[in-house]
Design a protein around this ligand. Structure first.
Ligand code: NDP
Ligand code: 8X3
Length: 249
């Protein structure tokens, strides 16, 4: 029977690449995001795969609940949840930080991940199967200068990943994290509020990871036998040795 993957943040970057890679693996897909046109373009690109688009802001718990409840019958059974939606907002010394940026990062990267998971976990427990992949970051393992609140949000993802795995142990539901280093996506464009020049500079002078590299890892993780759970995986580009060794500014 065809498996369903539910991907948050499928409208660009890692989520979009994961959708393309999982389609090749034979999954049908629930593609989530806020940018309808991006999701529609992706659906068109994946026209040979069964897909369903869900538009919601992960910060809004009612929207999350209503969107998931609105899934058509053939997409309701979710085999794989990829908690990927997230971004950095700003790169400032803590003392110069912007409160709206802080709220956005905690609300999207942490609370959004929790709201989506809370809606989907019960059906997985009831079926005694399913898999949750939390997209963390090297920023969730090691803090870097000016990373403060983004790093805190990803450290929270690390803790939630561990907590979920402990609490779901014995239910048959697998929980694991993939923690990428620098990946060349729209991430820095969002971090620098649309400043393309600043965003491009982040990836200059070395070969950063590409979204497809992380999508390949996601495919590996979801195609392990049922008794194998990849609990926590960190992936960096060869040029990177720690979250602090590349100048992001
Ligand atoms: P992108 O900016 O390319 O993608 C971010 C995705 O998150 C978009 O699809 C966006 O969709 C979605 N998103 C953002 N805010 C919301 C929201 N409020 N509600 C719903 N969806 C939202 O970045 P990446 O692909 O790089 O990032 C994906 C994940 O990978 C994030 O969790 C990020 O922290 C993590 N990561 C990224 C790394 C990198 O260097 N790029 C490294 C390590 C981890 P839309 O705007 O349509 O809502
Ligand atoms: C994204 C990678 O190093 O810019 O999590 O924080 S980094």
């Amino acid at each position: 029977m065809t498996k369903t993957a539910f991907i948050t943040g499928a409208s660009s970057g890692i989520g979009e690449a994961a959708a393309i890679a999982l389609a090749k693996e034979g999954f049908q897909l629930v593609l989530c995001g806020r940018r309808q046109q991006k999701l529609t373009d992706l659906q068109e690109f994946l026209k040979h795969t069964k897909t369903h688009q869900l538009l919601f802001d992960v910060r809004n718990k009612e929207e999350v609940k209503n969107a998931i409840n609105s899934l058509p019958e053939e997409f309701k059974k979710i085999d794989v949840l990829i908690n990927n939606a997230g971004n950095a907002h700003g790169l400032d010394y803590f003392q110069d930080g912007n409160l709206e940026d802080w709220d956005a990062m905690i609300d999207i990267n942490v609370k959004g991940l929790m709201y989506v998971s809370k809606e989907i976990i019960p059906q997985m427990i009831a079926r005694e199967e399913g898999q949750i992949i939390n997209i963390g970051s090297t920023a969730g393992k090691e803090v870097y200068p000016k990373g403060n609140v983004y790093c805190a949000s990803k450290h929270a993802v690390d803790a939630i990943n561990q907590g979920m795995r402990l609490d779901l142990n014995g239910t048959g539901v697998k929980v694991g994290a993939i923690n990428p280093g620098l990946v060349e996506t729209e991430f820095s464009k969002v971090r620098f509020k649309g400043d393309e020049e600043k965003a491009t500079k982040v990836y200059e002078g070395f070969k950063a990871l590409q979204a497809k590299d992380i999508a390949d890892v996601i495919c590996f993780v979801v195609t392990r036998p049922s008794h194998v759970n990849i609990a926590d995986l960190t992936v960096m580009c060869t040029a990177q040795a720690s979250s602090t060794l590349v100048d992001k500014n």
